[in-house]
Design a protein around this ligand. Structure first.
Ligand code: RM4
Ligand code: MN
Ligand code: MN
Length: 396
């Protein structure tokens, strides 16, 4: 490996960490059913144990995002135990995701529900989520809403927007110090006519209305086909409003496919925009990189290792873009010169330099091989197999 490649890539690798989703280790499926895996985790302890395994072989996944209803069945009183358990496994609790869906009360929405009682219940759940975040020492409250409607004319869109603003502001008021709230958007599903936070503009608007600790969360799967996600990223960076990512890939609609499995160049372009921003601003962007994938068919732990590896590779490739050369080419409108800066970096095989970086950090050169050789999967398959066949509730 050329010394200058290593000089560019190693610092980027040292600074790159990506958070795992607890729900990615549980049995999940589609609305048409699920295929159970005998090794799937059923409890938060098992999810943390699996996540720790991903971190052990990759070295870049030290934190785990959690969903309150699935991982803290007794709410805030579970927090100390869960947090200690994470520490025992060598990971920590990351973003706290309130569950503002599934419960029968949320049939017509949570923050946007016409029933004041339900809006208050949703708000109280967010307040408890902040308590959990504090008890676990985690900074980010990550808000995704299933709210919307299925038929034209059935809900007052503007009224719901006002209700959202009200509750989001109330959540924001409860935040202290470094704590943040991240607002995620999604164009459709489960609502199929209108979604209350359907795109980045709406999320940005809500974040601004809520207060300075509110930022936008970009889930790469939550865009219409062919949308220019890196432009959205560039705008949010410029506005100081990009809080984090949920990484996954999609072909048709939100389906949590493995990051980069369909369009790795897009992920590369997103990372490039971030790096260009950081280089020009002279400071790191404060962004939470998170994976939001839940694999139904692939082995769950292995799929997470694969995802972390791909994220790392695409991040390393973006670190190879010659930014000085790019800026000169852009200023001269040297189109092919500028475009080639991206293409040359993207075409570079960074796997050897990453393998060297891993060895130097006492990490296995090939994380997936190391996982297969560890015998972990066989062990948990045996331990968990018998129960998994019976416990099949959605996402838990
Ligand atoms: C949504 C969204 C959220 C995730 C839920 C379960 O599509 O991506 O981030 O927490 O699914
Ligand atoms: Mn998401
Ligand atoms: Mn999603």
């Amino acid at each position: 490996m050329k010394a200058d490649t290593a000089a560019q890539v190693w610092p980027a690798l040292d600074g790159f960490r990506i958070e795992l989703p607890s729900w990615g280790f549980a049995n999940t499926g589609t609305r048409f059913g699920k295929y159970l895996q005998p090794a799937a985790a059923l409890t938060i302890e098992e999810k943390l144990s699996d996540a720790a395994e991903v971190h052990r072989v990759t070295g870049i996944c030290p934190s785990v995002a959690v969903h309150v209803a699935w991982d803290f069945p007794n709410g805030a009183s579970d927090a100390a135990r869960v947090s200690r358990c994470a520490a025992r496994f060598g990971v920590r609790i990351g973003a706290i995701n309130p569950n503002l869906f599934e419960d029968q009360d949320y049939k017509f929405g949570s923050f946007g529900n016409p029933d004041q009682r339900v809006r208050a219940k949703a708000l109280a759940h967010c307040m408890e989520s902040i308590e959990i975040a504090r008890a676990c020492g985690s900074r980010d409250l990550s808000l995704w809403f299933a709210d919307g409607s299925n038929y034209p004319g059935t809900q007052n869109i503007r009224q719901r927007k006002r209700w959202f603003e009200e509750n989001l502001r109330a959540v924001h008021e409860r935040l202290a110090g470094e704590e943040r709230m991240l607002i995620e958007y999604k164009p459709f599903e489960p609502a199929f006519y209108h979604t209350d936070i359907a795109d980045w503009g709406m999320a940005l608007n809500f974040a601004r209305a809520a207060g300075s600790k509110a930022k936008v969360l970009v889930d790469t799967g939550h865009h219409y086909a062919s949308q220019n996600i890196e432009q959205i990223v560039a705008w949010l960076l410029d506005e100081g409003m990009l809080g984090g990512f949920h990484f996954n890939d999609r072909r048709y609609a939100d389906d949590d496919l493995t990051l980069g499995s369909i369009d790795p160049y897009q992920v590369f372009r997103i990372f490039h925009e971030i790096r260009l921003f950081e280089w020009q601003a002279g400071r790191p962007a404060d962004i939470a990189y998170m994976i939001d994938q839940s694999h139904n068919l692939k082995g769950k732990i292995e799929a997470m290792i694969q995802t972390a590896e791909i994220a790392q590779q695409l991040f390393a490739k973006a670190a190879l873009v010659d930014l000085e050369k790019l800026c000169v080419a852009q200023a001269k409108c040297d189109l092919i010169g500028a475009e080639s800066c991206l293409q040359d970096a993207f075409a570079t095989d960074v796997r050897p330099v990453i393998a060297e970086w891993r060895s130097s950090r006492q990490l296995p050169e090939n994380p997936r091989d190391a996982f297969r050789e560890s015998g972990y999967l066989e062990r948990v398959t045996k331990e968990r197999g018998a129960r998994t066949a019976t416990g099949a509730s959605s996402y838990v």
